[in-house]
Design a protein around this ligand. Structure first.
Ligand code: FAD
Length: 414
């Protein structure tokens, strides 16, 4: 049986991995040479802690407030783009407590599954992607955020996650090299991290050795369906056929599904990172600076800083003001870390594939019976890679799925 996987980010590669393992003849098609995509320069966090989707009460108000600050961490570019307007309306409608409550268990379960699968992968020969299980720290400076974070930690604990609230002194005792200027912290000991720039090439090398075929520098231009079945996938370099077609095109997901007449709402959420290979000071545990919405991960001996979320169509401009926002927020939490603005050539950016309700799209299309859609993982795609891949393979093999996937239905907005 043949499977075509469109997109070679972490979701496409993981899908190929589990499909190949269960006996499929797999071809991955990607428009790039696969040396970079959103799955490389991210912060590498594996996050069972992220059980609250982006579409949550309060986010709409925060988004509107932050829109007027060029250094802010969340930004929706005002535009008359109909896709953006429609996405925004759906986001507002989804941002309810009921939605948050309904999403928590499925998000926890898929993240925990993924963490276990990363542990299995890390133990395989040929894989060494600097995975560490130290958790992540949520640092806060204000009473208001302390209250929110401690409330969330209690909820996490009630869901069985390993999490603990720490005083400033307790947090400091876990970070010997770096002085903390915080009110307190929450330590999600259930989380982990890895170095994506090692993981991705190792996965590609493994898949090639295992016989997965790669058609790179080949943008999919057309998808030809007859009735309810995809018959052909067309690129400039060839025409491909598969018993199952997996669309895992990241921020280009909706453009690709549209070629098969399947309409799903999705917007890119651009974020930036930069990596210091010889940092003066290193954190011990990855950190999220809650008020600033900046993330910092010590990975592979380096320090990676990142953040910001600009919801706007794909564009290749680097907005230095947003990078400045990241740089300036760091010493507010770590007075001993005074960062220089990175040179533009050392700034990485990627496009998080954002659904309007903050939940991924994972499942068969109802309209096209051999199409599986896998994407829209927003801020958690690295974390959810292996679980998404395993679920894709389970669907393709018509097996019961490892977690309940009802909330991830890719055509839930149709
Ligand atoms: C600053 C930042 C920090 C982040 N930190 C984290 C983190 O700590 N933890 C976490 O879990 N997630 C994090 N993320 C999110 C994570 O990186 C993404 O969710 C994830 O990489 C998305 O993976 P993907 O495979 O869906 O998409 P991508 O990695 O973007 O891959 C999609 C692929 O599809 C290909 N494609 C598109 N169109 C076509 C076409 N027409 N034909 C052929 N190929 C096509 C593209 O070339 C690309 O290679 C972060 C993101 C950013 C920006």
């Amino acid at each position: 049986m043949k499977a075509l996987v469109i997109g070679g980010g972490i979701i496409g590669l993981s899908s190929a991995y589990y499909l190949q393992q269960s006996g499929w003849d797999v071809t991955i098609i990607d428009k790039t040479d696969l040396s970079d995509n959103c799955s490389y320069g991210n912060l590498g966090m594996i996050v069972p802690s992220h059980f609250v989707p982006l579409a949550a009460p309060g986010m709409v108000a925060k988004g509107i407030k932050w829109m007027f600050n060029s250094r802010s961490p969340f930004y929706v570019k005002p535009s008359l783009n109909p896709d953006l307007i429609s996405w925004g309306l759906k986001f507002v409608k989804s941002a309810t407590q009921q939605h948050v409550d309904r999403s928590a268990v499925p998000l926890r379960d898929i993240n925990l599954l993924s963490k276990t699968l990363y542990e299995e992968l890390a133990a395989k020969p040929g894989f060494d992607f600097a995975m560490e299980k130290k958790g992540i720290m949520m640092y806060f400076k204000t009473e208001k955020v302390a209250e929110e974070e401690i409330h969330l930690a209690e909820k996490a604990k009630s869901m069985g996650l390993d999490v603990v609230a720490l005083s400033k002194g307790e947090a400091q005792s876990l970070e010997s090299e770096v002085e903390l200027d915080i009110l307190g912290a929450v330590h999600y000991r259930c989380d982990a991290h890895l170095y994506p720039n090692k993981l991705m090439p190792q996965l590609i090398a493994y898949l090639k050795t295992a016989g997965v075929k790669f058609q790179t520098n080949s943008a999919v231009e057309k998808i030809i369906a007859e009735g309810a079945t995809i018959k052909k996938v067309v690129t400039k370099h060839g025409v491909y056929e598969g018993d199952v077609v997996v669309i895992a095109g990241g921020s280009w997901l909706s453009q690709l599904t549209k070629m098969a007449d399947v309409f799903i709402p999705l917007m890119p959420g651009k974020g930036y990172s930069f990596t210091l290979q010889q940092p003066e000071k290193k954190l011990n545990i990855p950190a999220i600076l809650c008020e600033a919405r900046v993330a910092i991960t010590p990975m592979n001996g380096y320090m990676r800083y990142g953040g910001t979320m600009e919801i706007a169509p794909v564009n290749n401009k680097i907005n230095m003001k947003r990078v400045e926002g990241i740089v300036q927020s760091v010493p507010k939490y770590f007075p001993g870390i005074q960062l220089q603005m990175p040179e533009e050539k050392n700034i990485w950016y990627g496009f998080r594939p954002c659904t309007p309700d903050g939940l991924p799209y994972l499942g068969y299309s109802k309209k096209i019976k051999n199409l599986i859609i896998a994407g829209g993982h927003a801020m958690s795609g690295l974390s959810l890679g292996p679980a998404s891949g395993k679920l894709v393979a389970e669907l393709a093999n018509h097996q019961p799925t490892s977690v309940n996937m009802d909330v991830f239905d890719p055509e839930r907005f149709s």
